[in-house]
Each structure stands twice: as structure tokens, then as C-alpha cells.
Design a protein around this ligand. Structure first.
Ligand SMILES: *[C@@H]1O[C@H](CO)[C@@H](O)[C@H](O)[C@H]1NC(C)=O
Ligand SMILES: *[C@@H]1O[C@H](CO)[C@@H](O)[C@H](O)[C@H]1NC(C)=O
Ligand SMILES: *[C@@H]1O[C@H](CO)[C@@H](O)[C@H](O)[C@H]1NC(C)=O
Length: 560
């Protein structure tokens, strides 16, 4: 008898014996209602929940080792990115896990669909009554105070002992992700935009021209059509083609104003074209990729609100959608995120593994680090420094924000600090240790000294000129910095591909091994939680990372 059929048989006997004889093991729980939410009482028993069940990937350690092997410049396998099938072999659950979980669901009259190409995510719809029964849970309606939105969540859920080892996490259960994701804020009106290719003009008004000059970014067009940058769009933020055209007419007079992007949609996503539907974030992200990564194909991935990932706003759907494609974009930039504490550890780990899988296939995954300084994704009340998600995941590149030019100075809102979920990865242990030593006892007790430090790098993020809904305005946020850094990588990839080389893929081992190719930012800090926050210093720091791009030096470091 194989192990799978053994478990199957014992499950059936349990089902026959009835639930009373089952031993339930608490899988995940919270001690209190998360900050920002209130309890409104038991959830309607007949309402339905879209469950996502994560099965343990068979070889996460193998995937991480393979990722580092192809992403570390000193490795003989550097640049030998993995195929989708090779990555899926690491991600796939064991046959036993799939069989045990399906048998358990079946014993309750349920069945699940596979919802990821590797088979490590299952989806099904269940009623609240059924969810309470099979998970020994108490689903309640929780209201997110700031937005008024309500969600069915439980503070604890359990699994039969025979099943517990074969499930990483079930969502939605204990993750109270915030519906108000990171998005850029309009900056205080400043003098009218001037288009100057003088780097110092970035100190007052950030435009593509001054960015190109400041970061020595070529203005000539990229040539490789197989290269691409994916811009992730969420929460019904639409990128407007007419705004892009106006933007290019004002700020990139040297290229065709008809330069545009393609769109991919998921979860009923649309990309509605009308001034009233202009999304500041979406416009910013598209304008600062197309406007800087001259000639690099850009596609906007628009997630609709018909997401099936249990109110995770399409974060999980986006990952499963793009990873199912035969070829992945070489760069993916996302300016949305959460507070780390809002995500269950198991769910955060599963998503982080998915980002690692993109890196293994050759995608540079970039995320805005967050806009709450040491308070996390956004400003909040706190007594200890808070981390942001996914910035704290060590298998992606988190981008912080700076302003000014002489010198470039950390933005006070630039989220940075140390994860409580992930330890410092090898590629940054020396950089982090040097920072901690230099910092001494400052901030003692306010953060986790063993955590993964972020951001990794930074770029300009204040008074960045965009066109949205027909008008030109300035915006602030790490949301600006991520597409700018992504564009630099997109252009380097173009040159690498043209020279017959692999794209850069997961950047961090290369970045930390070549810290000198970045402009070290040593001024500014990110105060919060009633404390001074971290201070930018020589070398890596948890406000500006290793620093801002110098295209010429990065090009040399990339062997070009
Ligand atoms: C499962 O797949 C079937 C067939 O594609 C589909 O009709 C059904 O809606 C899916 N169920 C869920 C919960 O996704
Ligand atoms: C982080 O948590 C705080 C407090 O609950 C909330 O106000 C804020 O919106 C959250 N930020 C994000 C990006 O989810
Ligand atoms: C600190 O970070 C480590 C990861 O390095 C984690 O295991 C630990 O739980 C964190 N401590 C706290 C108090 O969150």
C-alpha cells in the first residue's frame, strides 16, 4: 500500500467514524482582532467563501538553492535560468499531499480545482457553515474601519491531524489584508513642471529627462522585442493611453508620442479608457517605465475585482496567472503592498516562494518598499518598527525613495527596516552587519536585528511629474521609485539580450556583490512610531538600501 492510499484509507475511516473522533490541530491563529478592524458578529452561515488552499511545495529549499545558483555572479550557473517545468517540479506538491487533501475534501462532499500551474494551490467555494465545520473555525464578519469594507474571517482554524502536514495555509482565514494598498500621494503643489535634462532639476521637479541625466540612463531606443517590463495593476487602477500620450508630448519630446503599452487582464480586469477612470498609480507606473526604458516593450497587467483569492485583491491571482505563462517578463514592477503583520506567516512564505520562482525563471521582481517609513506599508500607530510585505521577502528587490540631488537624500516616508518573518539572507549579511555595527545602540529594541533588511536599492520618489486625467501633477511615494529602477534593469536587459546574454533575473546577489555601481545615499532618515527611525549611512542602510542607479557603472558590472 502506498503512503498516499494509506492516508486516503485512514481518512475514509475517520470520515465514517464521524468528526467527533477526529483530532484537530490548530493550524494558524491570532490572539486579537488586528488593528484597524472591528468585529460585527458571526458571519452569515449561508454566504460563500472562495477558499485558496496552499499545498506544501515538494522542494522549497531546492528552489531557493537553484535561484541563488543562477543569480549569483560568481556561480558557474549564473544566468542559466530555469524553465517553467523545472521550476514547477520544485513547486509541485507531493502526490500524497494532493491525494490526502482531495480525499479530506471529498469526505465532506467537496472538491477543489487546481489553481496554479505547479498544482500547489487549490481553489473551491464553500459556505461559511461548511468552512466552520471542516476547519473547526468561527467565521465572523470583520469591518475594516477606514474603508467600511467587511470580510468573513476567523481568528483561528484547525485541521484534522491526518491532513495538517499536507496543507501550508488556507486563505481567507487569519490574514486581514488591508484593502487600502500602498498608493502614491499627491504632493504639495510645486512650481510648474519644467522639462530639463539638467540632473539638478530633479531636486525640484522629477521628470524622465532629469532622471536620465542623474542616473546616466541612455535615451536611445532599446532594440530587443523579446524583452519586456510587466507593470502590475490592482484595485481598478487603469492606465490611460491619452494621458501617456500627453505625458510623452510634454516630457519625452525626442520619442514618438504614440509609443504605448499592451494590456493583459485577469480576474475580470479591464483597462477602461476615460479621464474619469484615470488611476494615478497605474498612470505613474506606465509613464515611468515607457518614459524611461526607451523602446522596451511594456505590458500593463490589470487585475479586476473578480478575484478568486479570498480578498487578497488579486495578489495571489497575479502570481498564478503570470507563472502559468510559458515565458515570463524579464522585469516585473509592483507598487502595491501590505503591512507584514497583516499577512499570515504561512501565506506570506508561500507568496515569497512564488516570487523566488519568478527569479529562478529569469524575472527581476521589484516592489515599492512602502510609504510608512519605519511604520511599514503606510503610516500607522506603533510602538515598535513595522515591516512591509512583500518588501521583507528576501527573493525580490525592494525599492525605497530619495529626493534632492546634492546630495540625494532619503525620503522620510521610505519604508525600510527588518522583517520579522525572514532572516537576513547570505547575500546581505555583511552589508547588514556593517550597518548594525555603525548604528550602535540607536533604535535598540525597536526592530528585529536578525531579520532580512530592506529596501535593497532606491530611486527618486518625490514631486514626480505625471499626467493623470488630463492634468499634470506631482506625486510622492516609493511607488515612483520602483518603476524607475525597473526601467534601468529593463534597459540593461535589452543590452544583455542583444549581446546574446541572459537577462539579469533575481538582482540581489548581483547588487550586493557590486554595491559600488550604485550611488550611495548617506543623508536623511525614516522616522516613525514616535522614534527617530533609521538613518541613511555609508554602505547599505534600511532607508535607501545600497543606493540609487548609475547606469554606466551597472552596465560595466553586467559585463557590457
Ligand atoms: C472548477 O472548474 C470547473 C470546470 O472548469 C468550473 O466550472 C468551476 O466553476 C470551478 N470551480 C471553482 C471553485 O473554481
Ligand atoms: C497598515 O496597517 C495600518 C493599521 O492597521 C493601516 O492603517 C494601514 O492602512 C496599513 N497599510 C497597508 C498598506 O495595508
Ligand atoms: C525576528 O526575525 C526572525 C527571522 O530572522 C524570526 O524568526 C523571529 O520570529 C523574529 N522575532 C520576532 C519577535 O518577531
Amino acid at each position: 500500500m502506498s503512503a498516499a492510499s494509506f492516508f486516503f484509507a485512514s481518512l475514509l475511516s475517520l470520515a465514517v467514524a464521524g468528526p467527533a473522533s477526529q483530532t484537530f490541530i490548530v493550524q494558524e491563529s491570532l490572539s486579537t482582532t488586528p488593528q484597524g478592524f472591528t468585529r460585527l458578529g458571526a458571519a452569515d452561515a449561508s454566504s460563500s467563501i472562495n477558499f485558496r488552499i496552499a499545498l506544501p511545495s515538494s522542494n522549497v529549499a531546492g528552489l531557493e538553492a537553484a535561484l541563488l545558483d543562477v543569480s549569483t555572479p560568481s556561480s558557474s550557473n549564473y544566468g542559466n535560468h530555469l524553465s517553467k517545468d523545472a521550476v514547477n517540479a520544485f513547486l509541485a506538491p507531493s502526490d500524497q499531499a494532493t491525494a490526502v487533501v482531495q480525499a479530506w475534501l471529498s469526505s465532506h462532499g467537496l472538491s477543489a480545482n487546481t489553481s496554479s500551474s505547479a498544482g500547489d494551490w487549490l481553489s473551491l467555494s464553500v459556505t461559511v457553515a461548511k468552512a466552520n465545520e471542516i476547519l473547526s473555525a468561527q467565521y465572523e464578519t470583520f469591518q475594516h474601519v477606514a474603508s467600511g469594507k467587511t470580510y468573513a474571517r476567523t481568528l483561528s482554524y484547525s485541521l484534522p491531524a491526518e491532513v495538517a502536514d499536507f496543507i501550508d495555509t488556507i486563505h481567507p482565514t487569519v490574514t486581514f489584508n488591508n484593502p487600502l494598498s500602498i498608493s502614491p500621494v499627491l504632493s504639495v503643489p510645486k512650481p510648474a513642471a519644467q522639462v530639463s535634462s539638467d540632473a539638478s532639476s530633479c531636486a525640484t521637479t522629477v521628470t524622465p529627462s532629469c532622471i536620465q541625466s542623474l542616473y546616466k540612463i541612455p535615451t536611445t531606443a532599446a532594440t530587443e522585442s523579446s524583452n519586456s517590463i510587466a507593470v502590475a495593476g490592482f484595485i481598478n487602477q487603469f492606465a490611460q493611453k491619452s494621458d501617456l500620450k500627453s505625458f510623452l508630448k510634454s516630457f519625452r519630446t525626442d520619442i514618438s508620442s504614440s509609443t504605448t503599452f499592451t494590456t493583459q487582464t485577469l480576474d475580470g480586469g479591464k483597462n477602461t479608457q476615460s479621464a474619469s477612470k484615470a488611476g494615478i498609480e497605474a498612470n505613474l507606473d506606465v509613464q515611468y517605465t515607457i518614459g524611461i526604458a526607451t523602446g522596451v516593450p511594456v505590458f500593463f497587467v490589470s487585475t479586476g475585482d473578480d478575484y478568486q483569492d479570498g480578498d487578497l485583491e488579486g495578489f495571489l491571482d497575479m502570481v498564478n496567472f503570470l507563472s502559468a505563462e510559458d515565458s515570463v517578463p524579464q522585469v516585473m514592477t509592483t507598487s502595491y503592498g501590505e503591512n507584514e503583520t497583516d499577512m499570515s506567516k504561512a501565506l506570506a512564505f508561500k507568496l515569497c516562494t512564488a516570487y523566488a520562482a519568478f527569479g529562478a525563471r529569469g524575472t527581476s521582481v521589484l516592489f515599492a518598499s512602502g510609504d510608512g517609513g519605519v511604520e511599514g506599508g503606510q503610516s500607522q500607530t506603533c510602538t515598535k518598527y513595522q515591516a512591509a510585505f512583500p518588501a521583507g521577502c528576501p527573493f525580490l528587490t525592494a525599492v525605497g525613495s530619495v529626493h534632492g540631488t546634492s546630495p540625494e537624500t532619503a525620503s522620510t516616508f521610505s519604508s525600510g527596516g527588518f522583517s520579522n518573518y525572514w532572516g537576513a539572507p547570505d547575500y546581505q549579511t555583511d552589508a547588514v552587519a556593517a550597518f548594525l555595527k555603525a548604528q550602535g545602540t540607536t533604535n535598540k529594541g525597536l526592530f528585529n536585528t536578525s531579520g532580512r533588511g530592506y529596501p535593497d536599492v532606491s530611486a527618486q520618489g518625490e514631486n514626480v511629474q505625471i499626467v493623470s486625467g488630463g492634468s499634470t501633477e506631482g506625486v510622492d511615494g516609493t511607488s515612483c521609485a520602483s518603476p524607475i529602477f525597473a526601467s534601468v534593469i529593463g534597459l540593461l536587459n535589452d543590452e544583455l539580450i542583444a549581446a546574446g546574454n541572459s537577462p539579469l533575473g533575481f538582482l540581489n546577489p548581483w547588487l550586493y556583490a557590486n554595491a559600488d555601481m550604485l550611488n550611495d545615499v548617506t543623508a536623511g532618515s525614516n522616522p516613525g512610531c514616535g522614534a527617530a527611525g533609521f538613518t541613511a549611512r555609508a554602505g547599505w542602510d534600511p532607508v535607501t538600501g545600497l543606493g540609487t542607479p548609475d547606469y554606466a557603472k551597472m552596465k560595466t558590472a553586467a559585463g557590457l
